[in-house]
Structures are given as structure tokens and as C-alpha cells.
Design a protein. Structure first.
Length: 288
């Protein structure tokens, strides 16, 4: 049984203040620094099984590959029709992994601000129990975006993407279902859509830069300096890039969720009042 996670000090938690779009991105990095082993570990545990599932899809070259071809297939070096299916499945399942990780981060942030003991096992078991609801939420949001994009020639993604950007953290932090989370996200983002859209764009640009840097630097060092095999360098770099980007984008949506609750609901004032009027320890002297 895993030990309860260390509760961060108040100074370590994301300050409950309204932030600019770029400040949300910066605070997401600080959020990941609070407990990197936990937060990146969750992303790795969620991402790897879904990535393996993508390679097992019908038409994937993994199903008919010889043992000496397995690693080439895993890193996408086989140019067969099945590889296209596997690549598309990888993109879809990584999107599902991102939604799941963001929901887990919502649960983490709720536990930290509530000073509630929680274990890594609790988080993962809870995410498995809630996986049907998380899948319905992820699937429903993407289906609606797809249908709306067909009607608006892709313009709907510009609106619906930001509108539901905090849907997953809301499911994790508030324990609501997919429909309620969709409405909740729309209420939080509705009057600040430009701000949210800027976060959406900046986080996308940052994610592309992070993925490119992680793929390039290990390849340069591994291939040119250490003369490691291509499959080892590419495979490790690709998985590492996916884990870091998933954790980063999930952290952005979680920090944005806090930002919007401060802007729309004054949650910072509520928590300050709760702290100020928290019952004192028994035996503490009262002022006269």
C-alpha cells in the first residue's frame, strides 16, 4: 500500500490569483515542479498502455511483424498501410490520455488545497473506476467538435476547443459527470473566451516546441555522439516527448481551471475566509 502523498506547503501551491495567458503557461511549469515524480509518473502510467493499444489495432504492422521488426514498428519506421492506422490510433489515444491525466491533476489539486491525504494508488484506482465517465466526456466533446466543424468548415474548433478546455480538471476536482463538466467548463470560460483562446494557442505552440526539442536533442546526442541504434534513440525520445507534453498540457488546463475559478467565482476569497475563520486548536487562549 503506497504512503499518502506529501501535502505541499501553502507557498508551494499555485497562488489563487488571476493570471495573464502567458502567466498561466509559466505557472503550469511551476505546478509540475511541486511533485514531478507523481505528476510525470501519472502521465507515463496512463500513456503507455494506450500507446500499446494503438499498435495492436487491426491493420497495424505490429500484428504480423517478426521479432526483429517489433521495435521498428513501435517507433513508426514501417511504411505500410497499417502503419497509418496505427499512427492515427496513437493520436486518438494520446488525446484520451491527455484528458485522463488532466482529470487526475484536477483530483490532485483538489486534494492539495483541501489538505486531504491521498496516495498515488488512490489516484490511479479512482481514475480506473471513473474511466467510463472520462471516456464518455472525452468522446462526447470530440464528436460535437467534429460535427460542428463539418458545418462550420473547421471554425467551430476555434470556439469549442477553448470552451471545453477545463472540462477534464472539473471532472477530477468537482467529481461531476461528463455533461455537468461540459456545462461547467462552458460557464467558466464563456465570458473570458479570448483569454482562454490565447492560453489554448500558447500551450499548443509550447507543446510543439517541447516535443521538437525532446526529439531532436536525444537524437543528436545518441546518434552523433554516442553512436546508439536508431530504434533506441527514436523510441526513447518519442515516448519521453509524449509524456512531457501530456503532463505539460494537462498542467496548463489545471492551472487555467484555478485561474477561471478565481476570475468568475472569487474562490481565492472563499479560501481566505475559510482559513481566517478555521476553528482554533482546543486549549488555545482567546483574546479578551
Amino acid at each position: 500500500m503506497s504512503r499518502p502523498l506529501r501535502a505541499p506547503d501553502a507557498a508551494e501551491l499555485p497562488p489563487l490569483v488571476p493570471r495573464s495567458s502567458l502567466a498561466v503557461i509559466d505557472e503550469a511549469v511551476n505546478f509540475l515542479r511541486i511533485s514531478p515524480a507523481l505528476l510525470f509518473g501519472v502521465a507515463l502510467i496512463v500513456l503507455l498502455p494506450l500507446r500499446v493499444m494503438a499498435l495492436a489495432f487491426p491493420g497495424s504492422p505490429l500484428r504480423d511483424a517478426r521479432p526483429d521488426q517489433l521495435l521498428d514498428v513501435f517507433i513508426g519506421n514501417v511504411s505500410e498501410p497499417g502503419a497509418v492506422v496505427a499512427a492515427f490510433a496513437t493520436l486518438v489515444l494520446e488525446s484520451l490520455a491527455l484528458f485522463t491525466v488532466a482529470a487526475i491533476y484536477g483530483s490532485v489539486i483538489e486534494a492539495w488545497f483541501s489538505s486531504r491525504p491521498v496516495t498515488a494508488t488512490d489516484l490511479l484506482v479512482d481514475s480506473v473506476k471513473r474511466s467510463p465517465a472520462l471516456f464518455v466526456g472525452w468522446f462526447g466533446a470530440h464528436v460535437l467538435q467534429g460535427l460542428a466543424s463539418l458545418v462550420t468548415v473547421g471554425l467551430a474548433v476555434v470556439v469549442l476547443g477553448p470552451l471545453w478546455m477545463v472540462m477534464a480538471p472539473a471532472m477530477g476536482a468537482e467529481r461531476v459527470g461528463p455533461i455537468a463538466a461540459m456545462r461547467r467548463s462552458a460557464r467558466l470560460t464563456g465570458n473570458t473566451l479570448f483569454h482562454v483562446a490565447m492560453v489554448f494557442v500558447f500551450s499548443g505552440i509550447a507543446a510543439l516546441a517541447i516535443r521538437g526539442a525532446i526529439r531532436f536533442l536525444p537524437s543528436l546526442v545518441g546518434l552523433e555522439l554516442l553512436n546508439l541504434p536508431l530504434w533506441a534513440v527514436s523510441g526513447v525520445a518519442d515516448v519521453l516527448a509524449s509524456v512531457v507534453v501530456t503532463a505539460f498540457v494537462a498542467a496548463v488546463s489545471t492551472v487555467l481551471y484555478l485561474d477561471l475559478r478565481v476570475r468568475r467565482e472569487g474562490i481565492d476569497l472563499d479560501m481566505a475566509m475559510a482559513q481566517a475563520f478555521r476553528p482554533r486548536a482546543r486549549g488555545a487562549g482567546a483574546r479578551r
